[in-house]
Design a binder for this molecule. Sequence first.
Ligand code: ADP
Ligand code: MG
Length: 344
Amino acid sequence: MPASRVQLLPALLINQIAAGEVVDRPASVVKELLENSLDAGARRVEILLEESGLRRIRIRDDGHGIAPDDLALCLARHATSKIRSLEELEQVESFGFRGEALPAIASVARLQLTSRETGTEQAWQISVSGGESGELAPAAHPAGTTVEVRDLFFNTPARRKFLKGERTELFHVQDVVRAAALARFDVEFRFQSAERSVWRLPPALDAQARHQRVAEILGEGFLENSLYVEHEHLGLRLEGWVGLPNFNRANTAAQHFFVNGRPVRDKTVAHAVRQAFSDVLFKGRHPAFVLYLCLDPASVDVNVHPAKQEVRFREARLVHDFLYRTLYQVLGEYRPSATPIPEP
Ligand code: ADP
Ligand code: MG
């Protein structure tokens, strides 16, 4: 057989391939849309699901909105308002910066984008279905943005087959909303599924309100069995709740780690935690925690993976030892005897 000729892929297919990286289930759509709302400075975000998002996902925010001229452009690949240069990429503090999520979602679902830019009178709307854009039309909408995503993977049956049942998909969405609600206590979240309220979380601006939010989404049991940590050393700062050894879990689902406000799953972090708990937990058991690490944004690279759950620390060893030592010390009184801190 002669070799096929080389040709450029059609735009829709390019977006669908990209969608394979960032969109694999309702939860990843919710994650991308929530991040956009937070990047837009929203003070309040509403998440609404039908059939756990398999049928419909609607995210509404009161953020800065999108100018009518930009609505169509938002749906084009690599169009972003968040960075303009490599310098800005290196300093990036927003969740998004790739300009991939909306076009990717729009290539595998029916998407409607409605927005009113702050300070303007008129809202505008645009719809896309399987990559085909409709016309820009006037709409009624308060200041802010609503993104509605229907029939995820309606045009990519092979992808649709990988979706699980409603229960499982709802769990995954809950994980995403939980992480956002833990990352941003200052923002109000309302989460509704199948016309029932899952969480109604008012802004949590003081310690008591934050405590309440954590109790609401992680359970009172976690707070009753955890210690509050606050420690700073060499420009690194760790704060949050660490579950006591007796409150251990069979998996790492109850571990919530944030780096400069961004939910992160990281090997360095996981290793440091495991080591700090190694002599107070049985093998195969895992601690629960909600921890916030803050450090100079220039010393952590968030540009690692499109789903952006990983980060790269410039000084991984320093971060590792800081976490290990801090947690080891916190757990001090839960050790059989006052053992001196072993080298990590
Ligand atoms: P990215 O977030 O990487 O920039 P997206 O495809 O997620 O890429 O979004 C493209 C652009 O659309 C964003 O840069 C932003 O300008 C705009 N946008 C998307 N969602 C919102 C929103 N909820 N509020 C305001 N602007 C938004
Ligand atoms: Mg985005």
